[in-house]
Design a protein around this ligand. Structure first.
Ligand SMILES: [Zn+2]
Length: 483
């Protein structure tokens, strides 16, 4: 029950559930026993006449404490830590996303408390996580070993190393103000091989919030959708197909124009999944943003009381002037397909592809939202923190890989024990089959460090094997690991 931590489940909560079932089962048994005895000892029965004395039911056995269960769980997870590391370090991608979060760091308690400020993550187009490191600051100097490790992972990956990534989405550091952007400097080998840096559109749009009076203003959602609409245009063929199948739903739609069908009968969700979008080019975006801002500066941007959305025209002009330089960083790289088809859906007798975009760092944001629940409870000492983190990421990656397998069949077995599957796949060749078709054997691990290993290595000499031997001793001893 602790393995899947998507609900932020803690051992105390699980212990309570087990305790409840345990008590219920016990009382049921007592009920059954006493029912039986009551029927035997009815007045007039032989047993009653003999006056036999019956034994009371044995007392309920106590469960091991939540603390002990947590210790047993962590010890068993720590036995697999090398497998989890290998799985994470065997993850690659063509379209990477680079972002940091602070949320998880404040959970670190004990000796490590306050030493971590940032958790920096790199994800791929399947929303898997290639690396996750904790640092005391989000500087280029502190992130350099992580970036180097990742680039080495690609170049040293066995006999047929994967090609370098093609794009990296970031929330800052995209522009080449002084020749080379800061992210390009971090990932210089990849940049030299042609990887381009792109700014995530959502982060760019959020920068306009500085000019907005309050995000509770009734025109704020309109403003956000207007910004999104000026950056992207819908694919005409996809839109025609969606209109065609909507028309097929009712003969009363025959008199309506395509525009009316789109406005009245096509939901935002359908647009999101069935119609691909393309960027319109930096030049055209300038005009489109300017037009949208002019409209919103006027009556269209005022609420019922006449209060304007923007603080004043000067502040929105200022933000726009600052953000214009990023328009090139927002464009899709030329010739790159920004969508994958995850399945086909049939509606009104017409089949249409269901798309998922690989653009932007939204998928990594999803991981960031999930991250805090990987570490159960409000606080956690360093050793269990690291075990929970690596186990959580390995499972997250495995789930994303299963989701992405063509035909949505996923993995045959829901298990994350890579060496076991790897071994069985080899042995099952005896029967002319493999145990798990959708399985990629992990690569041998390099010198990369993950999670807290990375943080510790920046302030002391660090050895991975020694660290985990010591960690297991700490877990076994159990005195210093609890919060
Ligand atoms: Zn930029």
């Amino acid at each position: 029950m602790m393995l899947d931590r998507s609900l932020g489940n803690t051992m105390v909560r699980i212990w309570r559930q087990v305790q409840e079932s345990h008590c219920y089962k016990y009382l049921n048994r007592v009920d059954m026993y006493t029912t039986l005895l009551t029927s035997l000892t009815k007045s007039g029965s032989i047993v009653h006449a003999l006056g036999h004395e019956f034994q009371p039911p044995p007392p309920r056995r106590e469960l091991p404490s939540a603390r002990l269960l947590r210790k047993a769980f962590l010890l068993s997870e720590s036995e697999h830590i090398e497998d989890y590391r290998a799985q994470i370090m065997s993850t690659f991608g063509k379209i990477l996303k680079f972002d940091s979060t602070k949320k998880i760091c404040k959970k670190l308690s004990g000796a490590g408390r306050g030493s971590a400020e940032w958790c920096t993550n790199v994800g791929n187009e399947l929303s898997q996580v290639l690396t996750s490191v904790l640092t005391c600051e989000e500087s280029r100097e502190k992130l350099r070993p992580m970036a180097q490790g990742l680039q080495d992972r690609y170049s040293k990956a066995g006999e047929a190393p994967p090609p370098p990534p093609q794009v990296m989405y970031v929330d800052r550091g995209c522009c080449r103000v002084l020749g080379v952007s800061s992210i390009e400097q971090l990932f210089s080998e990849w940049s030299e091989s042609g990887m381009v840096i792109r700014l995530d559109a959502f982060h760019w749009m959020c920068r306009f919030d500085a000019a907005v009076r309050t995000d509770h203003h009734p025109k704020y959602p309109l403003f956000k959708s207007a910004l999104s609409a000026v950056l992207f245009a819908y694919n005409k063929d996809d839109m025609s197909l969606l209109v065609k199948l909507t028309r097929a739903g009712s003969s009363t739609y025959a008199n309506l124009t395509d525009e009316q069908i789109i406005a009245k009968f096509i939901s935002r969700e359908d647009l999101k999944h069935f119609v691909r979008r393309v960027t319109v080019g930096a030049h055209e975006t300038v005009t489109r943003v300017q037009n949208a801002l002019e409209v919103l500066k006027g009556r269209a941007g005022k609420d019922g009381m006449g209060i304007a959305l923007f603080k004043d025209d000067g502040s929105v002009d200022q933000v726009w002037a600052n953000q214009q330089k990023h328009l090139k960083c927002l464009q899709d790289p030329p010739g790159m397909d920004m969508y994958t088809v995850t399945k086909h859906v049939t509606r009104n007798g017409i089949s249409l592809p269901y798309y998922r975009t690989v653009r932007g760092s939204n998928s990594l944001e999803g991981f960031h939202r999930f991250l805090p629940s990987m570490i159960p409870g409000p606080r956690c000492a360093a050793v269990p923190f690291q075990v929970y983190l690596l186990a959580g990421i390995a499972r997250w990656n495995s789930d994303r890989e299963s989701d992405a397998v063509k035909g949505q069949k996923g993995r045959k077995h829901r298990t994350f024990q890579s060496p076991l599957i790897h071994r069985l796949n080899k042995r099952c060749e005896l029967f002319g089959q493999v145990e798990e078709v959708n399985f990629r054997a992990p690569m041998p691990v390099g010198d990369e460090l993950l999670g807290l290993e990375y943080l510790f290595s920046q302030s002391s000499s660090f050895n991975v094997d020694g660290h985990y031997t010591e960690a297991r001793e700490v877990l076994q001893d159990g005195t210093t690991m609890m919060r």
